[in-house]
Design a protein around this ligand. Structure first.
Ligand code: 5IU
Length: 449
């Protein structure tokens, strides 16, 4: 017992737990903050910890040890060295080339792996890690964890049949620190109160369309149309003849804020067709959105935008562009609202968190960008467009992944949902467009309250 207390007091000196006011990732205000990474700064403490964790796992059958990155990685390594059990390493992200393995090291199908984790809270991240390791053909039966934050994680894992042993509970930690005068009476009761009545994470309120600080004139027009029509629907008209396209425009025009086109798939494109389409757009009050997905250097994009058969710059209200060529490459799009692609909807897209962060920086600094395409909440100052919406299927066999209007409006705070085959391949595009319109608007209104 004394040994554990000594360990904890020394670990406290290293700064593994701090008391005060902290905003957690979830937005919750917490009176304490735990970070076990500093333990690696004391080789002696790390060794003691590893031995204690190995003792916890005395009865567990295992052939391999895996420390969940990053805090538990050195713990797992030290346990491996102390016990002579081989270590495997789980990647945080797929490296994207080569073998594509999520777990590195030498192992065989059916071997049993002991998981080491620093802190368990709800148990969700431990379950995800177990899942990834099991997908590599390994078995997991036991986990050892340094600290249990006592928020239901252990029970959740037990229910799924896993054994989880923990070295300390958070209540035990604060009591020891209190007993050794590292924590005042007031602080102790503050932390206890927080643990007994854990607050719910604050709801992130969505900014209503009319209150969004949209600077771009085309963005403002789109918002005006949306509020007037009570619609956040953009139909994607991926049909290959001008006759089909004009028919679709007539049918869905009353229900959409914009019609999205891929003019390069149209067999009989002509500027006459564009004139006819513009008439329908004017009459039914929707914008023309060319989904060209520019992705070249500025000079080439300028030629693609202004020249060729399509002369996009002469008629489109909005266009899509990748931002891969950098901010300057976007300057060539004049007289149009640019919708920057920061994330794609398809399976295996390369737009990971890192890419999205960098792409958003480009999008936010380019004045002609009115919005972005993404599958998640992004900036309040840009309009968010989300394709991959369908109420009758979850995907195609070419990588598309679908969400419902409810999911994108309430989950991602999407401003405009883009629906293609869900509408133009339906038996009655007008009726179905109306259905998407009312589902989308109802979900938007629900997400405001
Ligand atoms: N589109 C996507 N996903 C993306 C981007 C664009 O689906 O990430 I950027 C386009 C492709 C197609 C339309 O024109 O949106 C979606 O059509 P369906 O609803 O038929 O899948």
């Amino acid at each position: 017992m004394q040994q554990r207390e000594d360990f904890l007091l020394k670990a406290y000196e290293l700064g593994i737990i701090k008391f005060g006011n902290f905003t957690l990732k979830s937005g919750i205000e917490s009176p304490f903050y735990v970070d076990l990474r500093p333990l690696s700064s004391s080789p002696q403490l790390l060794k003691t910890l590893a031995n204690n964790l190995l003792e916890l796992a005395d009865d567990a059958p295992y052939d391999l040890i895996c420390g969940v990155p990053y805090a538990a990685l050195p713990m797992g390594t030290t346990m491996s060295l102390a016990s002579g059990t081989p270590l495997i390493i789980k990647r945080k992200e797929n490296k994207g080339y080569g073998t594509k393995r999520m777990v590195e090291g030498v192992y065989e199908d059916g071997q049993n792996c002991l998981l080491v984790e620093d802190v368990i809270t709800s148990g969700q991240s431990l379950l995800e890690t177990i899942d990834e390791i099991e997908r590599e053909g390994l078995n997991v039966t036991d986990c050892v964890v340094v600290l249990d934050r006592e928020q239901g994680g252990i029970e959740k894992l037990k229910k799924k049949g896993y054994t989880v042993k923990t070295l300390f509970t958070i209540n035990e930690v604060i009591e020891i620190l209190h007993r050794y005068h590292r924590l005042s009476d007031g602080e102790l009761s503050r932390v206890k109160n927080f643990l007994n009545n854990p607050p719910a994470p604050p709801e992130v309120k969505r900014v209503p369309l009319e209150q969004k600080q949209i600077q771009h004139p085309v963005g403002k027009r789109l918002v005006d149309i949306a509020l007037k029509k009570k619609s956040n629907l953009i139909a994607s008209a991926d049909v290959i003849t001008t006759a089909e396209l004009l028919k679709l425009a007539e049918e869905v025009g009353d229900h959409v804020v914009a019609l999205k086109l891929h003019t390069d798939i149209i067999k009989d494109f002509s500027m006459d067709f564009i004139e006819n389409l513009k008439k329908i757009a004017k009459e039914k009050d929707f914008l023309l959105f060319e989904d060209r997905k520019f992705a070249d250097i500025g000079n080439t994009q300028e030629l693609q935008y202004k020249e060729g058969i399509y002369k996009i710059g002469s008629w489109a209200d909005m266009i899509t562009s990748h931002v891969i060529a950098g901010e300057e490459s976007l300057k060539v799009f004049d007289n149009v609202g640019v919708v920057a692609i920061v994330e794609m909807s398809s399976k295996g897209t390369l737009t990971d968190d890192y890419y999205i962060g960098k792409a958003l920086n480009v999008a936010e600094s380019a004045p002609n960008v009115m919005g972005v395409v993404a599958q998640r909440k992004v900036s309040d100052d840009l309009l968010l467009f989300t394709p991959g919406v369908n109420i009758s299927t979850s995907g195609d066999n070419k990588g598309q992944q679908y969400n419902t209007p409810e999911r994108v409006m309430r989950g991602y705070h999407t401003d405009f949902m883009i629906v293609g085959r869900g509408i133009y391949q339906s038996a009655n595009p007008k009726e179905v467009a109306q259905e998407y319109q009312s589902l989308g608007w109802a979900a938007y209104e629900a997400s405001l309250s």
